[in-house]
Design a protein around this ligand. Structure first.
Ligand code: GLN
Length: 415
């Protein structure tokens, strides 16, 4: 078999499907404006366009300019937020920054009723989040942030020094936002620069669509990088981050985004967008021209196309739930109902199992119930609770109950 034939068998179909969607968006979506508040961003190639997808199993696909380098800008915010939440716990973070969509542009001067920036993804909130990263000074703070973002990407990320210098020279509004946060007691550092300087530098880290896809996949995978297997943040920090991305990731377009695309996401003025299908994929797109909200125009269109074509919207329910019950059988002679459970038992699976067991027991007026756990690979706490309660109910109704292979302690209160 030729190398080409092998690669076609090994998933080139996915690259082809991405290339199809990219080609269509490139042909039909034009316009937007490349960010020009600093010269380095204004120089970006307006025709640069790429997409990458990384699965939680570590497979990476792409089409277009997947190797083009650009600064991460605001797409850094969810990862710094995840890092700060992981270090300090969500509660400490949210004493200083809220979790409400602001409905305002990214650089708005906005504080909620408690005097906190409304969320960690508008600039005011992002600067507060950066200030929360424990460090002795600005240099150490940035070093820690860079290290965390590099672990999310699975490789060392470089700083674009020229972009950083320009951001710092022109960043009066961001310094003003930090000053306001300091005045209301929201900023965690004693001075403005210890927060804004690492913030300007985090925005100036250089990434590709592949990096964004893998960073997103790490969040999709509960905080563990799919390739390096590094646990970058806790499961809870990853979940919190996805929650805020789902509600506040696209600034004042977050509602339309949730409606049309339905994936937790975050954009940056460098033209990048990172999006996540929790438990499945991270997606990175790049196209510099922006819409009026500061989100990549073609990037948004590309993610909308992917959401539709690949069924990635979080409220899409096209998946057929697999039955958790390997075999439900009845021995007519002994009036025994056996439920052979298998695979991963979560709430949904246990709900089905409990329902099936109850229905069969009543239908045949059973004398015995066997819940066979032998082929179960994983069971969540709630699933175990539902099955235990059902077993106890059967016992109380006078049935003989057996549960071979049940998790340790399952028999508490039964038999
Ligand atoms: N560096 C930019 C700023 O802070 C990032 C903004 C963005 O990407 N939306 O203004």
């Amino acid at each position: 078999m030729s190398g080409d034939e092998r690669s076609r068998l090994l998933g080139a179909a996915v690259d082809d499907a991405l290339a199809d969607a990219l080609g269509e968006v490139a042909a039909s979506v034009r316009g937007g404006r490349v960010a020009d508040y600093i010269p380095e961003l204004a120089d970006a190639d307006p025709d640069g366009f790429g997409v990458s997808i990384a699965s939680v199993l570590g497979r990476v696909y792409g089409a277009g300019d997947v190797a083009a380098e650009f600064t991460i800008q605001s797409a850094s915010k969810p990862f710094v937020y995840a890092f700060a939440s992981d270090e300090l716990g969500g509660e400490a973070v949210h004493r200083r920054v809220g979790v409400e969509p602001s409905g305002e542009p990214f650089n708005a001067i906005s504080l909620d009723a408690q005097g906190r920036p409304e969320n960690p993804f508008i600039n005011a909130g992002a600067i507060v989040t950066t200030s929360l990263v424990p460090a002795a000074d600005a240099d150490e703070r940035f070093a820690r942030i860079r290290d965390a973002l590099s672990r999310f990407a699975g490789r060392e990320l470089d700083l674009d020094d020229e972009v950083y210098r320009s951001e710092a020279v022109t960043g009066h509004r961001n310094r003003a936002l930090a000053g306001l946060a300091l005045a209301v007691g929201s900023l965690a550092t004693a001075d403005v620069d210890s927060a804004t300087d690492p913030y300007f530098r985090q925005c100036s880290l250089v990434v590709t669509t592949e990096d964004l896809a893998l960073m997103g996949a790490t969040l999709a995978n509960g905080g563990v990088h799919p390739l390096t297997r590094d646990r970058v943040v806790s499961e809870r920090a990853a979940r919190d981050t996805l929650s805020v991305m789902a509600t506040c990731g696209m600034y004042d377009r977050s509602g339309a985004w949730a409606f049309r695309v339905g994936m937790p996401a975050k954009s940056g003025v460098g033209g990048g967008i990172v999006a996540v299908r929790p438990g499945e994929f991270g997606v990175g797109v790049y196209s510099p021209p922006l819409d009026e909200a500061g989100n990549s125009l073609r990037g948004v269109a590309m993610l909308e196309a992917l959401s539709d074509r690949f069924g990635l919207h979080m409220f899409d329910h096209t998946r057929v739930p697999t039955s958790p019950v390997g075999e439900a059988s009845v021995d007519r002679e002994t009036r025994t109902v056996t439920l052979a459970l298998r695979g991963e038992l979560d709430f949904l699976a246990a709900e089905q199992a409990v329902h099936d067991a109850g229905r069969l027991v009543l239908h045949v007026d059973a004398r015995a119930l066997r819940l066979d756990f032998t082929d179960v690979t994983l069971i969540t706490a709630v699933a175990e609770q539902l099955l235990r309660t059902t077993a106890a109910a059967a016992e109380e109704a006078g049935l003989d109950v057996e549960f071979p292979g049940a998790p340790q302690g399952f028999d508490r209160g039964i038999g």
